[in-house]
Design a protein. Structure first.
Length: 101
């Protein structure tokens, strides 16, 4: 739940501020957005775990992972060509890439 809460808070932050959050400057505002998006249980382990996930997400959310972007761009362009040409049926599914291991 922490990662999805961070993504929802990131979307809200970008809509409100028009930019990606910075770790040093926006740490408090971002973690309060995450807490408002998702109900965080207040036991010590869960709260510490949430704070760790939020810190790591906030540190890395401005980064770009180029190989993954290239894969998704190739899939998206292939699906656009299918839709425009009408030769094949485009994929009507949701893809979630979860790297939490």
């Amino acid at each position: 739940g922490a990662i999805f809460g961070c993504f929802q808070a990131l979307n809200r932050f970008v809509n409100e501020h028009g930019r990606m959050p910075m770790y040093d400057k926006d740490r408090g505002a971002f973690s309060s957005l995450v807490e408002s998006e998702w109900n965080v249980s207040k036991d010590n382990y869960a709260e510490e775990d949430w704070n760790r996930h939020c810190r790591n997400f906030l540190r890395t959310c401005r980064a770009k992972f180029v190989p993954l972007q290239a894969i998704f761009a190739a899939i998206a362009s292939q699906e656009c060509l299918k839709a425009v040409s009408g030769l094949y049926n485009p994929v009507h599914q949701f893809l979630l890439y979860d790297c939490d291991e």
